[in-house]
Design a protein around this ligand. Structure first.
Ligand code: FE2
Length: 364
């Protein structure tokens, strides 16, 4: 096998551009149990933008907002609403990551550079992916600080406990009509990923709507990116609804893994996180479909947790409602019990649940 020209050690952080970073940070702290880590803003000498960094397990989220008019962040928020700007990937060599991907056709965003302070330096570079989304390559091997130069520790008086979220399992992009293969090819040709699975509109459709999806993964499987595009149906597919409100391609959902989905979801619900409703009929024939499971079936049913099985085991998953006013970004909570797949058996139930929400919004 060829040597991986883009070795990736994992997701370093995901940065959102939002209208109000202070309140977003509070929401992720209080509702999702993320822990305060770092801050950048007026007090650290940054007069352009404010950023809050939060962490839970290996998941690091950054929320940034503009302090000035006519800014890049402000324009992004005006067009897209709150959404993901940077998907930062952890590497050992930001310079070669940039060189190898740009050589293969990536559009440059940030040439390799060093950001330094008294704690050492971080090497960073960046390329464009779908929509206005950027992949940053971050090498922090020579840095001992809490996050990055320009940030200081953030220790608010308000404290919450974690809810058991461990790592980013996968991150999904929605792209426009006919664009899925373009971006799958980008990940294969430019970033050296391979395709894991493909779902066409016959796999993923309901009476009214359809979509197509393919999944790519990097060489060590730490990074998995499903890419969705809308497919023709009688009504507006959820992917089209996303594209309409996001005004372009963007990150649709982050799947965050837990070791105990019942405990995690119970805690998230108690803190106000809203999940998609799954009708009880979903569970009517579930035992025939998935067989024996270790969890208390009644508890899964009570929480509306979806179950699916593949050759290697099973998985449990549940999806939140959108976490901002536009029907765009949402989260998946997932627990894998051997299964490495993406819950194909749950797509229909999931999409029917989303269609009920779309009908309520008048966007179906
Ligand atoms: Fe997912």
């Amino acid at each position: 096998m060829d040597q991986d020209f883009l070795p990736l050690n994992g997701t370093d952080f995901v940065e959102f551009y939002v209208g109000n970073a202070k309140q977003a940070a509070f929401y992720y702290q209080s509702a999702f149990g993320f822990q305060p880590l770092a801050y950048s803003g007026l007090e650290t000498g940054n007069k352009e933008k404010t950023s809050y960094v939060l962490r839970q397990g290996k998941i690091t989220l950054v929320f940034s907002t503009s302090l000035v008019p006519d800014s890049e962040i402000g324009k992004h928020v005006d067009l897209h609403g709150d959404g993901v700007k940077f998907v930062a990937l952890l590497v050992d060599d930001a310079e070669s990551s940039y060189r190898e991907t740009v050589k293969r056709g990536a559009i440059p965003f940030l040439e390799p550079r060093k950001l330094s302070d008294e704690n050492g330096f971080i090497s960073v570079s960046g390329i464009h992916t779908y929509g206005e989304t950027i992949h940053l390559f971050i090498d922090r091997n020579n840095y001992k600080g809490i996050f990055m130069p320009g940030y200081r520790a953030w220790n608010p008086f308000y404290k919450t406990t974690e809810v058991g979220l461990k790592y980013v399992d996968h991150m999904v992009g929605n792209v426009g009509w006919g664009q899925m293969n373009t971006w799958i090819d980008f990940y294969k040709d430019v970033m050296g990923f391979r395709q894991l699975i493909s779902f066409d509109d016959k796999d993923i459709s309901t009476e009214y709507t359809a979509l197509m999806s393919k999944v790519v993964a990097n060489g060590n499987d730490r990074i998995k990116f499903p890419i969705n595009e809308p497919a023709e149906g009688k009504k507006v597919s959820q992917i089209e609804e996303y594209i309409n409100f996001y005004h372009g391609a963007g990150v649709q959902h982050l799947a965050m893994a837990t070791d105990n989905i019942v405990a995690t979801v119970t805690e998230l619900k108690n803190r106000g996180v809203e999940f998609l409703y799954v009708p009880e009929t979903y569970y009517d024939d579930i035992m025939q479909r998935v067989g024996e499971i270790e969890e208390d079936f009644e508890l899964l049913k009570q929480h509306g947790i979806l179950i699916d099985r593949d050759d290697e085991g099973y998985l449990l998953q549940l999806f939140t409602k959108p976490v901002q006013d536009r029907p765009t970004v949402f989260y998946e909570i997932i627990q894998r019990k051997g299964a490495k797949s993406f819950g194909k058996g749950n797509f229909k139930a999931l999409f029917e649940a989303i269609e009920r929400e779309q009908a309520n919004r008048g966007t179906l």
